[in-house]
Structure formats: C-alpha cells, structure tokens
Ligand binder design. Sequence first.
Ligand code: 6R9
Length: 649
Amino acid sequence: MLQEVYYPKKEMFKDPAFKNMCEYHELVEEFEKDYEGTWAKFAREKITWFEDFKQTLDTSNAPFYKWFVGGKLNVAYQCIDRHLENRKNKAAIIWEGDNGEKRIITYLELYREVNRFANLLKSLGVKKGDRVVIYMPMIPEAAFAMLACARIGAIHSVVFGGFSAEALKDRILDAEAKVVITADGAFRKGSPYMLKPTVDIALEGVDIVEKVIVVERNNEDIEWVSGRDISYNDLIVNQSDECPAEIMDSEDPLFLLYTSGSTGKPKGVQHAQAGYILWAQLTMEWVFDIKDNDTYWCTADIGWITGHTYIVYGPLAAGATTLMFEGVLTYPDSGRAWKMVEEYKVNQFYTAPTAIRLLNKMGPDEPKKYDLSSLRILGTVGEPIDPPAWKWYYEVVGGGRCSIVDTWWQTETGGHMITPLPAATPVKPASATFPLPGIFAEIIDETGERMPAHEKGLLCITKPWPSMIRTIWGDPERFVKSYFSTAKKMGEPVYFSGDGAMYDEDGYIWITGRVDDVINVSGHRLGTAEIEAAIKKHPLIAEVAVVGRPDEIKGESVFAYVVLKGEDTVAEEMEIIKEINEIVKEEIGAIAKVDTVAFVPGLPKTRSGKIMRRILRAIAKGEAITQDTSTLEDPKVVEAIIEVVNSCI
Ligand code: 6R9
C-alpha cells in the first residue's frame, strides 16, 4: 500500500533542535557510541546543579536504576528561580477560567506564590519526603501546590478531580498522605461543581491526614472540619514570599502518580528529581521547538502525567509560557479552543485524539472562523490517532503548514519516547514514527528478537532512561513484575510498556494499543480489573468480565459481560445497568462509565477456570473468533454470548 508522507514545512522553524534527519541520526549514533557520556553532557548543560553528580548511571541494582548519582538540585529552582535573571517579567502561566476570566502570572509572581505556598506547607509541619495529595481543579494554585511541594522536597500525588471519594481514599491511604490540598470546587460549562465534599467523604475514618488546605475558588458553601481544614485564602497572605529551596538528591522521589495496571489496584508510579526534569525540559525543546516568545498550550488535566510534564514541569523548566485552562474545549461552543488559540496567539497546541475527534464532529469548519496562523506545532497524545482525525487536524486546524507530533509515551516513561521531530521527521499520518535520540524503544519478541516489518510485537525500551519510573510506591516487587518480567534482551530483563506495535517497511513505528487488560477510554487509562471489582459489588451479579470496544469518539468504550445470579426480566436488566453505573461512579468515577452491558448465561473459561478474555474482546469488537474454543469448559457458551451481543448492539 502506498502511504502518504508529509514533510515538515522548513520555513515554519527558525532554529529547531533538529533541522533534518541527518542531525537526528547523528545524535542517535552519539548515544549508541557513548550512552552515559551523552546523557551526562545534556544533564550538565540543562540542569542548574547545586552540586555536580558523580556517576551518570548506576545499574548495580537493576532494574532499580539510578541516574546522576550524587547530584544535588531542586526542581522548583530549575523551573523558577534560575529564570528570574532574564525572565522575571515574562508570563510563566497564562490562565483562562471557564467563564473567560484571565490571569497572567509572571515568573517573579510564580516565585512568590510558590514560596508562600511552600512556607504554608512548612508551617503545617510538612517536611522533605512527606506525601501531599493534591485534588484540585485546573486553577493556577494547583501548579503552585505541585511546585511548593517540589521546593520543600515533599512528594506530591495529584489525584484527578474526576475520581470518586473511594478512588481518592485508596490513593491517600496507599501514599500515606499527611496533607490534602483541594478547592471548594470550580466551574465547568458555566456552572459550579464541587470537590471538597468528595474529600470529606474520602477522609471518613482516615486518621493519617492531619490537614486539608482548601483553596476557595467558587465560593460555594462547604463544611469546614475544625482543627483539620484550613482556608488557603486566609492563610496565604501571611506567609513570607521567600523560602529556600531544599537541596535534593537526584534520586529523591519527586512525585507519585497513580495509574491503572492490568491487575489489582492502581499503581503509585514513582518519579525521581533530576532525570525527570531533564527529560521534561529537553523534550519541550526537541519536540515542541519551544522558543522564548512562544505561547504553548496543552489541554490535559494536571491529574494526568501529560499535565504534570507538559503543563507544569516541562514548560516551566524550559522558561516558557504555559497556558492553563479551567474549562471545556467545546463550551460555550465548539469554537472555544480556536478562539483561545487566536486570542493568545498559541504556537504549540497539544491535545488528545478523543478531543480532536469531538471537535471535528461538533464543528468541522469552526477552525476556519478564527485566525490560527500563530500555530506551528500540533501535538497529540494518549491513544492512537486515526488517519481521518489526523488529516482534519493537519489540514483544517494546521492549515497544512503545521507539523503534527504524535507523541507516544506513558505515565511510567515521564516524557515523550516515540514521536516525530517537528522540523525534521517525514511523517506518515497515525504513526508515532521513531524513538527520540537516547531512547532505545524497540519492537521485539519475548526473547529480544527484533520483529520483522508488519508483524506485531512487544513495545519495549531496552536501555534505562533518565525519566523512567523508579518503582511502584511501597511495592518494589510489583514494579519488577509489571515492567521487567515479560521480555528479555541478551538475557537481561527489559522494560515492557504493555503496548503492542509494528514496524513498517521503512522502520516507522505503528502503535497498535495495549496488549494487556488495560483499556483506553478518551485517552484515560482504565484497568478492566478495577472496573470488574466495582461491578462485582452489585448483589445480583455472579460474574463479570470487562473489555474495551471500539468507539468513534472515545477510542474505546467500556463493555461489560455480566452473569446474573438468578433469572431476570428486561425491566430488571435496565435497572441493573443503572445500578452498575452508580457503583462504578462511586468506586472509580464517571470516566469509567459502562457503555454496554451484555447479560450472558456464562463466561468462556478454560478447564482450569481462567476466563478467555481474548474471545470476549473479539466478540465486543465484532471480530471473528480465531482461537480454538474446543479447550473451553463449555464451548457452546461462546455462541450464546455472540447471540446476546448481536441483539444488544
Ligand atoms: C501520556 C499518556 C499510556 C498509554 C500507552 C498507550 C497510550 C499514549 C499514545 C498512545 C498510541 C500515542 N498512548 N500515547 N497510543 N499513540 N501517541 O497517555 O500516559 O495515561 O499512562 O497512558 O496510552 O497505550 O501505553 P498514560
């Protein structure tokens, strides 16, 4: 098949990090020849060290790798203080509220805000190494809170504001958080919504949390628990705006971020200081070609890794102006995003395929009504993008001028891994193209053999990299089992991402999606095991299996096969579906909503009692069953399931 190739428009880039593929290959080779030396060079060039590191990479306790050993730094200093000399009056954060309200925070103001917040945390007894949970809307105080933790060496764990009280509680308990930072609520689509009441429920029966700091954003009535809850607005004014940056070791934990795995509870992915901030900053320069006068906008939520690395840490480490948005891209109409691009003259716009598909569907011609000529780079992240969405993004939003960077990476990788370089890489729509220099991403089989073109294999990273996950908080065994037990290269365990991928004849990488029991709904990672555990709480349900099903807008939707304990009627089924979704909303949050429920007589199981999920996935996708079903305990159950599914679609 002849594939279209799109070449970067060179005139769009003045002084990019990589002008062409030769420069890319040169750096790739430099890393191949001297892996540690090249990383050390970038680390010394990009990070303002308080004390130089002594060893670049320590592999003595693999896969618990250590980077830039012995180095001393502070990530908040890297993101703020070091810019004051040349950029104190530059906008660090431009914030727009749901209702169009605006706030511009310069680097000097950010310095003061973060210092005050850091002093507030200190006054509450928060020390280096303590965990602080941040459950916040998209307001500047959320970024201040993250940076304040970094400044004093506390480990933050941001929990997405859409998670339920139950999900929040699990994360607070797992991290053993001392303080929770939240807001009364915020605004969405013109109306206030609440967060604090969810924190109150989450903290019922929890005694480890000493203080709850509440930022008053929407000024709705909330309950104040005396002795525990304090008003940020009242106390912040009395804090000194000077707070020395704690001297941190390269390998001290910077933050935890919980993400779904294929089994059990969410995992607290632990990132370290130096390696993470180095890669966050470098990828801003390489992939987003960030320049001093740019306005950069990433539409993610700070509750996800994209918000961490590409709204807060990366842009600020690079001294850039980052736009932060409280609202919804389609409110008050489907032109909102483009109106903001026009208004702030946004140069880099970074969003998820699900948002692109929705914006395309709701307002295909809307971008044409605005002046989008400032745009230079369009980014996508979170899930595979389909060629029609890619082309609309390229032609209609980017006017055929802009480079699209389809960035593949994960919570665990800290920053971009496989992506085009905007001024260099010839792009094939919907391919993430090639690994970044320094990143040894390869598609291999379990033994480390490189897969031939057009054959699906395991997407692995075969050398450690600075911004990699360090461990799963409190569960090092699970870390090894989850990431370093599937594939080996030259006999050594390598990092397996959980994704499948394929090379084409030109070596381009095509991500085919998760090969484990993780599904991707609107770019959000959900573990089917977590959803199943929630649904099982329903008293009438005997068994349940959850899989993903292709969805036009969301990429995938949640599909549940449910076996009831007794007989039922259609009316009862309708009621049960409603109840299932209430439970899921309570246990996880509305993002895990079950879109389709198939009431089936049984699940396909092997004789040893294992559910054959591959069969269930194929049925949900409407694919033919290629597996041998004769080994099933009851092969007839498959036909019965297909019949039910056909009737409920
Ligand atoms: C950054 C982020 C990670 C999973 C990952 C993969 C999917 C992310 C992608 C992509 C195809 C891309 N994914 N980017 N799939 N093309 N450009 O999303 O982190 O929430 O941890 O999700 O998302 O399946 O394994 P996270």
